[in-house]
Structures are given as C-alpha cells and as structure tokens.
Design a protein around this ligand. Structure first.
Ligand SMILES: NC(=O)C1=CN([C@@H]2O[C@H](COP(=O)(O)OP(=O)(O)OC[C@H]3O[C@@H](n4cnc5c(N)ncnc54)[C@H](O)[C@@H]3O)[C@@H](O)[C@H]2O)C=CC1
Ligand SMILES: O=C([O-])CC(=O)C(=O)O
Length: 311
C-alpha cells in the first residue's frame, strides 16, 4: 500500500516516521516544494530501518507529483503553521491557495485516492478540498478530532493519575480553540463515567485545557505541535489501509447529521478501506446540541471567507 504525504515539515515527516516504524504502508512518498528537503527527511527516516526494524520504502521528492502516482491515501500537511498568539483561522489566506493547488496535482496522478486534510484551518481546508475536487464525501477526511480526543484523554489521565489508554473520551465540533467540544459527560475510565472520580470543576478545567491544547503547545514550542498530530494521522491511515473500521472523530461533510448541512465538521465516524464508511449521529443533550450549533456557525463563517480569498 502506498501513502503520499504532501509537506515534509514537522507534521508530515513525523507522520511518515510513524507510518514507517509501525509498518502501516509498504511505501511512503514525501513531497515538498523546498528543494531537497523531502529527500533529506526520507533518507533520514530510511536510515532508522535497521535499528527499528521496518521495511517501508520512504521516498522524498521535490514537487514531482509523478512519483506520487497510484497512492492509496494522500495526506495534505502543506502550508504554514501558526505562531504563538495566532489562531488557526488566521492561516486561511495562505493555506487555502496551497491546499487547492496541491489536491489538484495529487488527483492528476491518484484519481482514486482517499485524501486526509491536515493543514489549518482544517475544517475549512477539508470543505475546500471537497468542493474544489467534487470527490465523493467518503474520500475526504479532515484530521483534528482524533488529535483533540488524544489531548482530552491525556488531560483526563493526568487528572485521574491513571494511564491514558484506560481512558475513553471524544472531542467533536470544529478544530478551533473555541469551537471544539470535549464530551466530558460521556468520557469514561474503563467504562465508568469519569464524573465518579473527578469533580465538575476538574472536568471543566480538563475541557478548557483540551480546547486550547494546540495553542498551549504553540506557545511552548514557538510553532505548532507535530508528534501527536503525526501519530494521529498515522492512526487514521492505519484504519483506512487495514480496513479496521475504527470509530474516530473526523471532520467530514455532513448532510443533516447533528442538524447541520453543507459544512465539514468533527463528528464520530467509522473509518475503513472506503474512507468515511459511516457517520454516527449520536444523541447529544441540549447543552451539547447548542455548543455544536455554535461551533457549526463559526466553521460556516470561515468557509464563507473562502469566497473572497479564492476569488
Ligand atoms: N489538523 C491538525 O490537527 C493539525 C494541523 N496542523 C497544520 O498542518 C500544517 C503543517 O504544519 P507543520 O508541519 O508544523 O508545518 P511546517 O512548516 O513544518 O511544514 C509545512 C511544509 O509544507 C511545505 N509546503 C508549503 N507549500 C507547499 C506546497 N505548495 N507544496 C508542497 N509543500 C509545501 C513547506 O515547505 C513545509 O516544509 C499547518 O497548516 C498546521 O497548522 C498542524 C498540527 C495539527
Ligand atoms: O495548534 C495548531 O495550530 C496546530 C493544530 O491544529 C493542533 O496542534 O491542534
């Protein structure tokens, strides 16, 4: 199985690294516009093969889309990341043009591929990919909810002082500092509601920390995060290529689910060999419904901005 990752920067290269050492794909192509950059990252990753014991072939190319031909999955991480103090939404002006041209090039050589959109503002970049390519909605997946859910589970595990793998929890809604919705009511510690162990005040702090999880890391690192984002993308790729049908919060095109239409937004999905195989329209309470509607409004407003940016 072949995976192409466009953008060999922090997230793209980390994703290639995780896919390789976990043996998720037989071939990974890293593509970047910076001369020699993807080639260098690919070679560095390949030189881990003997010490970590993988056999994935990692190839780096400078803007040569012919090398990406017949990819089963393409991950789009090209574009600029935010700096401390910025929101993801502020990246739209530069990233919209990049994402649009990248997906056009990709489809020329891999018309049947499934596309995972990572570049920010991710929900809007996913919507742009869907609208500009006209691909069926099952083949366009925005990565954000899985990362936000990982952060949620991490903060819950720290509050519980228990391993994160014993904690379940999901974040839905937009992938923005104010638009994501950590579902604290449904989070559990091995099936037991976390509210049996943590106070309401602690749960509210966990939710607030989760929402600004990306901003906190950007403040600490000077650019946005890459280890967890790269691992999250690899998890998604694994579920597609190995038809695992994992339930993963992804930004996908909704048609009536959660009372919304004509936007891409984070909702629980079944992800398998056909991409988005099902959207789970779970029952939310009134407060969660109101938060979802507000989040959808914000995502829709960002999508509207595309009209002037790409005019
Ligand atoms: N959806 C999510 O959960 C996350 C999204 N992101 C987003 O992912 C994007 C990438 O982040 P990083 O890897 O940290 O940035 P980075 O700056 O390390 O890497 C981006 C790479 O894209 C390349 N690039 C730019 N234009 C290109 C083009 N037209 N064709 C091919 N390559 C091109 C650059 O040369 C650079 O190497 C950002 O927009 C960031 O906000 C980052 C983390 C999580
Ligand atoms: O925070 C950012 O700008 C990058 C991102 O989307 C994340 O790490 O969640």
């Amino acid at each position: 199985m072949k995976v192409t990752i466009v953008g060999a920067g922090n997230v793209g290269a980390t994703c290639a690294d995780v896919i390789s050492y976990r043996g998720i794909a037989s071939e990974v192509v890293l593509l970047d516009i910076k001369q020699g950059f993807a080639e260098g990252k690919a070679l560095d990753i390949m030189q881990c093969a003997t010490d970590t014991g993988f056999n994935t072939r990692v190839v780096g190319v400078t803007n040569d889309y012919s090398k990406t031909a017949n990819s089963d999955v393409v991950v789009v991480t090209s574009g600029i990341p935010r700096k401390p103090g910025m929101t993801r939404e502020e990246l739209i002006g530069i990233n919209a043009g990049i994402v649009k041209s990248v997906v056009e090039n990709i489809l020329e050589y891999s018309p049947e591929t499934i596309i995972i959109v990572v570049s920010n503002p991710m929900d809007t970049m996913t919507y742009l990919t869907l609208k500009s390519t006209g691909l069926p909605k099952n083949r366009i997946i925005g990565m954000g909810g899985i990362l936000d859910s990982s952060r949620f589970r991490t903060y819950l595990s720290l509050a519980l002082d228990k391993p994160a793998n014993d904690v379940s929890g999901m974040v839905i809604g937009g992938h923005g500092d104010t638009t994501m919705i950590p579902l604290t009511r449904l989070a559990s510690y091995n099936g037991i509601p976390v509210s049996q162990f943590l106070s309401e005040e602690t749960l509210q702090k966990v939710a607030a920390d989760t929402m600004v999880g990306g901003a906190t890391l950007t403040g600490l690192l000077g650019t946005s995060a890459w280890y967890a984002p790269g691992a999250s993308v690899a998890f998604l790729v694994d579920s597609i290529l190995n038809d695992q049908k994992r339930m993963i919060a992804c930004s996908v095109y909704v048609e009536g689910e959660y009372g919304q239409n004509d936007i891409c937004i984070g909702v629980p999905c079944i992800i398998g060999k056909n991409g988005v195989e099902e959207i789970l329209d779970i029952q939310l309470n009134d407060k969660e419904k109101a938060l979802f509607a507000k989040s959808a409004d914000a995502v829709r407003a960002m999508n509207d901005a595309l009209k002037t940016i790409l005019a």
